[in-house]
Design a protein around this ligand. Structure first.
Ligand code: NAD
Length: 469
């Protein structure tokens, strides 16, 4: 039994009817999406508070404003993005029309996680709409309140023939993935990423994988400890650490660690007060399962700061761990919570060796007053994204590609890159049905002299904008 066959058929029919192709349709849907954000702002903020106790300051910045920015950018530039892109021609095709057509794939599937349940569903959707696709949205079942809003409120704003939402968890997603999609955009864990990729391979469906991992953060001796502590703490404890691009662990010398610890303590007290559990500015852990997982990780090494937890509230205090060994549980998995281990290394060389021994992370951070040190880390490592002297501020620049590399994912998006992700670049050559005399020298019987001429014509280019079509 395939419970999604009807939905898929409806969207496929709409796509082949050409409904999503006109620029006007895409612009209308994007404007509607913008209205959805505007008219439901309070509902969305309340919903994020219900699921994650997400402070409205953090929710506005990371969920709503970034989506609005993406929509605005697409609305401002869509007329340029959709244009055929002319390509350089050789002398043989000089009279022809050669270009790249930005073609929508068809019906795309977007699967999202729970940590930024609005942003990670809508930002890919903006590019998918802009590129002219129909879309099935699969929000996370873990962020239950947002899943409900996506199911009940969002459809009022989008064309029902072209956009659908499928609810549920792994069981429903497994059934959904048995269907043939034209594109799959997945954000989530590497474990589920493998499952999704295997399912996509059955239909040879192109795929983007936005995954997670452990993001190293190197802190050089040459730094101002308080500045580094403020920046690392904010990005680590933002959304209670449930951010794929958050610094996962710090690498520094034993001397710098001793300076960072009191500075981190000051930063945490300044941000969240003496008792962070009473702070309105600290989110909660999404579910009892994740709470228990994180509480288990508090046993790695020694608690230098924080360490308190409250199961009832799914609260984990902003915590710093020291004396952590590479083999400890906290170093075996992505932490995805408000826990920051500090591991000591002899210097930048050792930190780079430590990073290179592991999977390529989604984000990597280096802090130093010496730009040579930051550049050294940048040059001698690889990661999806890189932050020098700050956390994931790069997420606010939507003209920058965002995506993983290796174990942290494949493909990139944000801004124009999302449009490109959801567009097939179709190479097109349109020739004249006439002028057959030009083609004569390519047909058999082949003569040696003609081969030389043809090779010469193919190798040479003229940059004339000339075409006969
Ligand atoms: P997850 O992989 O458990 O779930 C992601 C989505 O996949 C959900 O919608 C879920 O319902 C669905 N899913 C679960 N099991 C499935 C299966 N067997 N088949 C198909 N779909 C299935 O991830 P999560 O716990 O929701 O999110 C946390 C992970 O996501 C972390 O690893 C984090 O780093 C990563 N993440 C990455 C990014 C990024 O942009 N690269 C952003 C946010 C989160």
């Amino acid at each position: 039994m395939n419970p999604y066959a009807g939905t898929l058929k409806r969207l496929q029919d709409a796509f082949y009817s050409g409904r999503t192709r006109p620029l006007k349709f895409r612009i209308n849907q994007l404007r509607s999406l913008s209205r959805f954000l505007k008219e439901n702002r309070n509902l969305l903020l309340d919903t994020l508070a219900q699921d994650l106790n997400k402070p409205s300051f953090e929710a506005e910045l990371s969920e709503i404003v970034l989506c609005e920015e993406e929509i605005q950018l697409a609305l401002n530039n869509l007329h340029k993005w959709v244009k055929d892109e002319p390509v350089e021609k050789n002398l043989v095709t000089q009279l022809d029309s050669a270009f790249i057509r930005k073609e929508p794939y068809g019906v795309a599937l977007i699967i999202a996680p729970w940590n930024y349940p609005l942003n990670l569903l809508l930002v890919p959707l903006v590019g998918a709409i802009a590129a002219g696709n129909c879309v099935v949205l699969k929000p996370s079942e873990v962020s239950k309140s947002m899943e409900q809003v996506i199911a009940e409120v969002l459809p009022r704003y989008l064309d029902q023939n072209c956009f659908a939402t499928v609810l549920g968890g792994p069981r429903e997603a497994t059934l959904l993935l048995k269907n043939k999609f034209d594109y799959i955009f997945f954000t989530g864990s590497p474990t589920v990423g493998r499952i999704v990729m295997a399912a996509a391979s059955q239909h040879l469906t192109p795929i983007t994988l936005e995954l997670g991992g452990k993001n190293p953060c190197y802190v050089d001796d040459n730094c101002d400890p308080q500045t580094v502590a403020n920046r690392v703490a904010w990005f680590r404890f933002f959304n209670a650490g449930q951010t794929c691009v958050a610094p996962d662990y710090v690498l520094c010398s034993p001397e710098t660690r001793e300076k960072l610890l009191p500075a981190l303590q000051r930063a945490v007290t300044q941000f969240y007060g003496k008792d962070p559990q009473c702070s309105p500015d600290l989110a909660r852990i999404i579910s009892p399962k994740h709470f228990l997982r994180l509480r288990g990780l508090l046993g790695s090494g020694r608690v230098a700061l924080g360490g308190q937890s409250d199961e009832q509230e799914r609260y984990i205090a902003p915590t710093v761990l020291v004396d952590v060994k590479e083999t400890d549980p906290v170093m075996q998995e992505e932490i995805f919570g408000p826990i920051l281990p500090i591991l000591t290394v002899g210097g930048v060389e050792e930190a780079i060796a430590f990073i290179r021994k592991r999977e390529k992370p989604l984000a990597l951070f280096a802090f130093s007053n010496d730009s040579k040190v930051v550049n050294k880390v940048l040059e001698q490592t690889s990661s999806g994204t890189f932050g020098g002297n700050d956390g994931f501020m790069f997420m606010t620049i939507i003209s920058m590609p965002f995506g993983g590399v290796g174990h942290s994912g494949m493909g990139k998006y944000h801004g124009k890159f999302t449009f490109d992700t959801f567009s097939h670049g179709r190479g097109c050559l349109l020739r004249s049905p006439h002028l057959e005399f030009i083609n004569k020298f390519r047909y058999p019987p082949y003569a040696p002299g003609r081969q030389g001429l043809l090779v010469w014509l193919l190798k040479h280019k003229l940059s004339l904008p000339c075409s006969i079509l």
